[in-house]
Design a binder for this molecule. Structure first.
Ligand code: ATP
Ligand code: MG
Length: 450
């Protein structure tokens, strides 16, 4: 279906308005009308209309004020001014304010149609360019994962390489780095695509329930087990099971998991029948599994079964090149979801703040920040005021040490701070700073701190 070609006609004279609308309708346009600039802005807020014909002299808000406001709110809009000969000078002023053309009264309808047709074509080209620009991003995406940084390009390469194999994969990374997205990408790029992808948030359930959740249970297996129930391994058959937060499961469940991975067989809780399953196991954790293995909290044999391949997701603060792309993506997503097409971008200082922030909650935190900002934004740009509060407060605390210092100065400040923290204890301070006590001593002397 072809997209409708929309035109808005703004004129205080009903006869002119309606006859223009009628003519343009007969040429295949979808027309909208307004009797002054203010009304026109309301119409535009309601619906994206790329081309506007506006009279110059109107009550409430005249043509010039309208052009100014329309271009402020919708920078890519095309406004054509309709003007009587006597006001041509004013029409030229309107063009300085961003109108793209003017038509002199009296006009013949064909002339109007020609101008509108040209502008509509121009607008369609703009949309097409935008589409191409987004398509370019395809090299910066894998399934739902978006990235620009080299570290994430490597992650994407690994995903592409291991997805088709049936190996278990362990995904590690801080909270909100995209572990679940990676798991889904692995599934969708394998021949198991279209088969079940079952995610199990392992920490969400107490251990006793987790076993029955994973393997199902027989009727009467425990109090409350009033009927037989199939577990997630059965539901995931011929597909993928995603064991999230694997670092937190008990030793007993670890052993059951080891068995099912090794033998591809399991029994329901309270049952004796051995069931077969063909399930690919992908797991994730934000904990340090090797150190859990060392401390005995995690079975070493299970660890080696799970991490035939490990995919490590770097925290967002270590791949800031991804921030602009992600920010733009979330802006588009949330402004569409919240029906705010007028939001076109971020004020430069917002982008700067977003680029500099440290994101302890990683991509999820960035997404939440943009969602909040879109909700708060009143105009066409997201401003610093629209960002959630804690992030603004963090501006100050994060920006330490400030830019513009020499390395020597930064070093001196860091030494002073550490000594403050250790209440003047130099041995402790040296340890924290990772230098010999003697080196610290020399530096203190050099900086005149003793
Ligand atoms: N590279 C990315 N591109 C697009 N969206 C992303 C990316 N990484 C993360 N996200 C989004 O960020 C949010 C968090 O991602 P996800 O749930 O996969 O993180 P996680 O590592 O599983 O976090 P947790 O450890 O807290 O469960 C999701 O909304 C996800 O869509
Ligand atoms: Mg997750």
């Amino acid at each position: 279906m072809k997209k409708p070609k929309r035109v808005l006609i703004v004129d205080d004279e009903e006869i002119i308005r309606d006859s223009m609308a009628q003519w343009l309708e007969s040429c295949g346009y979808e027309t909208y009308v307004a009797s002054n600039g203010k009304e026109a802005i309301e119409v535009l807020r309601d619906k994206p209309i790329p081309v506007v014909l506006a009279d110059l002299v109107m009550p409430v808000m005249d043509g010039i004020a309208f052009v100014k406001e329309a271009r402020r709110l919708f920078p890519s809009i095309s406004v054509v001014i309709i003007t009587a000969h006597a006001t041509i000078e004013t029409a030229i002023t309107a063009m300085r304010e961003g109108a793209c053309d003017y038509v002199e009264k009296p006009f013949c309808p064909e002339a109007i149609e020609l101008v509108v047709a040209n502008l509509t074509q121009h607008q369609e080209l703009l949309v097409e360019n935008e589409r191409l620009r987004l398509a370019l991003h395809e090299k910066n995406r894998l399934e739902d994962l978006l990235f620009k940084s080299q570290s994430m390009q490597r992650v994407a390469d690994t995903i592409r390489a291991v997805a088709p194999a049936n190996t278990t994969v362990l995904i590690v990374g801080e909270s909100g780095t995209g572990k679940e997205l990676v798991a889904r990408a692995l599934h969708n790029l394998s021949e198991r695509k279209g088969k079940p992808f079952i995610a199990v948030p392992c920490t969400a359930l107490p251990d006793s329930l987790l076993e029955s959740e994973l393997f199902g249970h027989e009727k009467g297996a425990f109090t409350g087990a009033s009927s037989r129930r199939r577990g997630r391994f059965e539901l995931a058959d011929s597909g993928t099971i995603f064991l999230d937060e694997i670092g937190d499961i008990s030793n007993k469940t670890q052993l059951s998991l080891l068995r099912v991975i090794e033998t591809k067989e399991f029994t329901r809780v309270g049952g004796s029948e051995l069931l077969n399953c063909d399930v690919r196991v992908i797991s994730a954790t934000n904990r340090n599994l090797p150190s859990l293995v060392k401390s005995g909290a995690f079975r070493e044999d299970l660890f080696y079964r799970l991490n035939v391949v490990t995919i490590e997701l770097p925290p967002l603060r270590e791949r800031r090149e991804d921030i602009p792309l992600l920010t733009q993506h979330f802006l588009e997503k949330f402004s569409a979801e919240q029906n705010k097409p007028e939001i076109e971008g971020f004020a430069p200082e917002v982008l700067k703040a977003l680029l500099e922030y440290d994101y302890p909650g990683n991509v999820r935190e960035l997404a939440n920040m943009v969602e909040h900002a879109v909700l708060m934004a009143g105009g066409t740009q997201v401003t610093l005021e629209d960002l959630p509060k804690p992030q603004k407060a963090l501006d100050d605390t994060y920006a330490q040490p400030p830019a513009g210092l020499t390395l020597r100065e930064v070093e001196r400040i860091q030494i002073e701070k550490t000594l403050e923290q250790t209440k003047g204890n130099r041995s402790k301070a040296a340890r924290i700073l990772g230098i010999e006590r003697a080196t610290l001593y020399n530096k203190l002397k050099a900086y005149g701190l003793m």
